[in-house]
Write a protein that binds this ligand. Structure first.
Ligand SMILES: Nc1ncnc2c1ncn2[C@@H]1O[C@H](COP(=O)(O)OP(=O)(O)OP(=O)(O)O)[C@@H](O)[C@H]1O
Ligand SMILES: [Mg+2]
Length: 370
C-alpha cells in the first residue's frame, strides 16, 4: 500500500443479524483528498464510518487509518482521526468551552495546547459567540459546529464527518461546506451527505454506495460519465444556404444521424419552424460532435445547434441507487409494479411490508462517542 493512503477499507462486510449492511466495501482515500461518501438511506455510509473510526468491528475485512489497523492498533488509528458522528454526541449540560476542554483532555492535550488549539477551532467553526453557553441552549446548527470543533480540537490529519450539514439551514450549510473546503486543504476528509451540490462544492472525488456495495468511485467527472448514456441536441436548418443541395426533410436528417456509429436512438424534438431538431442518444461515453458536424457539412446542410449534455451527478446517483431508495421507502421496483398490474387473477391486497429490512434503514443510529 502506498504511504499516502490515509484511509484504507479492504473488503469490509458487516452483518447485523441477517441484514447485510456492508458487502465487500473497498476503497482508499489519499492524503489531501476531500471525498464525498454518498448513498441513499440505509446504504451503509454510517456503518462504514463507524468501522473506520473503531466503534464497531466488521464481520470480515480490514481497515487501516494512517497505516494503522483499526482493530489491532485502535489507539494509534484514533489519534489520527477526528470523527463527527451522524448524531453529534454532546453533553447538553456542559458549556461549549468546558465540552471542548473535555474533548481535548480526552485527546491527551495539556492546557496550553488546548488554549492554542481552541483559538483556531473557535475561529474556523465560528464558536466565539457561544463559548460560554450551555450546549442545551444552542440551535442545531451551533451544536453541529461544536461537534465539528471536538473533531478538530487535536488537529487530526484525517477527518471522518457523517452528514455534518444535515438539518442545518441553507446559510449554515454553506458555511460548514466552505469551512470543510478550507480544512480540506491540509487534511484528508471523508464526508457523507445527501446533498449532491455540497459534494460538487467541496469534493473532487466521490464514492457512491448502494445496498452496502460501492457502485461508483472516482472523480466527479468520471462518475457523471458513468451512466453510459450521452445526449446530444442537433438542429439543422430546413433550407440550404446555396449550391445545388436539396433542402433536407426531417426523416432524411433523422436517418442520417441514426447511421452514425454508436447512436442508439434519434428522436425528433420540437423546434421553431425553420429547423429540424433531434435528440440523439449514444450508448457509451465517446464524443461524436465532430462526426455530427462532418455529416451535416458533407450533406450541404446548415447546422444551427449542436450540444452535448453531460449527465448531472444527480442523474447518475439516481440511476445507480434508485432501486435502493425505493426499497428503503418500502416501495417495489417499477418492474415488480408492472408485473403486479399484469397479474390479473390476483385479488389479494398486496402487503407492502414485505421488505423486512427496510424499516431498519431509519432506525437505530447508535453512534458512539469520541
Ligand atoms: N446497530 C444496528 N443494528 C441493526 N442494523 C443496523 C444497525 N446499524 C445499521 N444497521 C442497518 O445497516 C444498514 C446500513 O445502515 P447505515 O446506518 O450504515 O446506513 P446509512 O447509509 O448511514 O443511511 P442514512 O443515510 O439513513 O444515515 C441499514 O439496513 C441499517 O438498518
Ligand atoms: Mg448514516
Amino acid at each position: 500500500m502506498s504511504t499516502d493512503v490515509m484511509i484504507h477499507a479492504d473488503n469490509l462486510t458487516k452483518m447485523f443479524g441477517s441484514v447485510v449492511a456492508l458487502d465487500r466495501v473497498s476503497f482508499d482515500v489519499r492524503k489531501g483528498e476531500v471525498v464525498g461518501f454518498l448513498g441513499p438511506n440505509g446504504a451503509g455510509k454510517s456503518t462504514t464510518m463507524r468501522i473506520l473510526t473503531c466503534f464497531i468491528a466488521p464481520t470480515s475485512g480490514t481497515a487501516r487509518i494512517h497505516g494503522h489497523d483499526v482493530f489491532e492498533q485502535p489507539l494509534e488509528a484514533r489519534q489520527k482521526l477526528g470523527y463527527l458522528p451522524q448524531r453529534a454526541p454532546l453533553y447538553a449540560e456542559m458549556t461549549v468551552w468546558s465540552y471542548l476542554q473535555f474533548a481535548a483532555r480526552m485527546r491527551g492535550l495539556d492546557d496550553n495546547e488546548f488554549k492554542s488549539r481552541l483559538r483556531k477551532v473557535v475561529d474556523v467553526c465560528g464558536l466565539a459567540q457561544v463559548l460560554g453557553k450551555d450546549i442545551r441552549t444552542l440551535s442545531h446548527g451551533y451544536r453541529q459546529r461544536v461537534g465539528l470543533g471536538q473533531a478538530l480540537i487535536h488537529d487530526p490529519p484525517i477527518l471522518i464527518l457523517d452528514e455534518p450539514t444535515s438539518d442545518l439551514d441553507p446559510n449554515e450549510k454553506a458555511e460548514v461546506i466552505s469551512y470543510i473546503r478550507e480544512i480540506g486543504k491540509e487534511r484528508t476528509v471523508l464526508l457523507s451527505t445527501h446533498n449532491l451540490s455540497e459534494v460538487e462544492a467541496a469534493c473532487a472525488r466521490a464514492i457512491i454506495v448502494s445496498k452496502g456495495r460501492v457502485v461508483a468511485d472516482g472523480t466527479l467527472d468520471d462518475i457523471r460519465a458513468k451512466s453510459g448514456r450521452v445526449r446530444y441536441v442537433v438542429s439543422v436548418h430546413e433550407q440550404v444556404a446555396e449550391g445545388d443541395h436539396k433542402p433536407p426533410k426531417a426523416g432524411e436528417v433523422q436517418s442520417a444521424l441514426q447511421g452514425l456509429q454508436g447512436v442508439s436512438t434519434v428522436r425528433e424534438i420540437p423546434s421553431d419552424d425553420r429547423a429540424h431538431s433531434f435528440e440523439v442518444i449514444i450508448g457509451g461515453e465517446s464524443d461524436i460532435r465532430a462526426e455530427i458536424f462532418r455529416l451535416v457539412v458533407g450533406k450541404g446542410w446548415t447546422l444551427l445547434e449542436l450540444h452535448r449534455d453531460a449527465q448531472t451527478l444527480g442523474d447518475v446517483f439516481r440511476d445507480l441507487t434508485q432501486g435502493d431508495a425505493r426499497l428503503a421507502r418500502g416501495l417495489r421496483s417499477k418492474d415488480a409494479e408492472q408485473e403486479e398490474e399484469e397479474d390479473e387473477g390476483d385479488e389479494d391486497s398486496d402487503d407492502e411490508d414485505d421488505d423486512e429490512d427496510s424499516d431498519d434503514a431509519t432506525n437505530e443510529k447508535k453512534d458512539g462517542r469520541p
